[in-house]
Ligand binder design. Structure first.
Ligand SMILES: C[S@@+](CC[C@H](N)C(=O)[O-])C[C@H]1O[C@@H](n2cnc3c(N)ncnc32)[C@H](O)[C@@H]1O
Length: 280
């Protein structure tokens, strides 16, 4: 059992030797991550602190271990169906489209978006910015290569989102998996086809203290299942940052169970699964 004081000590020690600041992470899940790290590395908390102070590589490894990276291709298919039928049709006529995936993890979310953009014929006109704190997951996202047995059930999500139209059951688009991915069951791999990431810019970016460093405003910002690990103060900072970073009537997509509460909510109109920036 790690005590709240020990967690504070860890966070302060991390702040002294790096730019990482976990003060506004939700205490419960952060404590669970630290306990898991102590058990995995067979360390005591003082031992962990000494190591992160002395060894920069180990420190980076621990930062990567702290983050929770669960993701899926077309995670929560209902949300992707809304993106496909209610959101993208609003922007397909634009000359240039900009999308930011904040907290993209290993990239399945980026490839899901790229597939839908390609189905609309607008992938080449879109700049996708894919950011995360964790360098390991960004590198995995860049390869677009996943273990088949861990992703097999997500092919069902592809069928639901790419092939079926829940708003019109007569419509069925028989899009083969091979159009977007190479599935090699013998080598247990699924590899997303490289053209999907032609316009993707991958970048390490820390949502705790970095702002919109991309010199543009976005039509869509996705920050799904990231803020559940943050406290209200940090969540509000991000709702404000995202509002400033969206174009007029731009869309913010959060995780299925995430909502904007308090005064930040006044800056958005909730529309189905999305938050739309209010034009003031
Ligand atoms: C559970 S994953 C969500 C992945 C994807 N958005 C989805 O919904 O499937 C959360 C991601 O947030 C990232 N993250 C955590 N803290 C962050 C921070 N301060 N700045 C940027 N990304 C962060 C983690 O590294 C992790 O990849």
């Amino acid at each position: 059992m790690v005590t709240p004081n020990e967690i504070k000590l860890f966070i302060e020690s991390m702040k002294k030797v790096s730019t990482y600041d976990f003060s506004d992470y939700s205490e419960k899940s952060f404590t669970r991550r630290i306990e898991k790290i102590l058990s995995d590395y067979k360390l005591t908390l003082p031992g962990l602190i000494t190591k992160i102070q002395k060894e920069s590589d180990f420190r980076e490894k621990i930062v990567n271990d702290i983050t929770v990276n669960t993701t899926e291709l077309f995670r929560d298919p209902g949300v992707w169906q809304s993106i496909k039928y209610r959101l993208l049709p609003k922007i397909i006529d634009k000359d240039e489209i900009n999308i930011w995936h904040a907290g993209c993890s290993t990239g399945q979310e980026i490839y899901s978006m790229a597939i839908l953009l390609n189905e609309y014929g607008i992938l080449e006109r879109t700049n996708i910015f894919a950011t995360d704190l964790n360098t390991e997951v960004i590198n995995a996202a860049k390869t677009g290569k996943y273990v088949y047995r861990f992703n097999i059930e997500y092919l069902e999500n592809f069928k639901q989102v790419v092939r079926q139209n829940p708003y019109n059951f007569d419509e069925y688009n028989d899009v083969p998996f091979e159009k977007y991915m190479k599935i090699d069951t013998q080598n247990d791999s699924i590899e997303m086809l490289p053209f999907l990431r032609n316009n993707v810019y991958f970048k390490r970016h820390d949502l705790v203290h970095e702002n919109n460093v991309f010199y543009r405003k976005f039509d869509i910002i996705l920050c799904r299942n990231v803020m559940i690990y943050f406290n209200t103060k940090l969540q509000n900072r991000l709702f404000s940052l995202f509002n400033d970073s969206l174009v007029k009537k731009g869309h913010l997509v959060l995780g299925l169970h995430e909502t904007i509460l308090g005064s930040e909510a006044l800056k958005y109109i909730k529309y189905g699964n999305f938050y739309i920036k209010k034009s003031i």
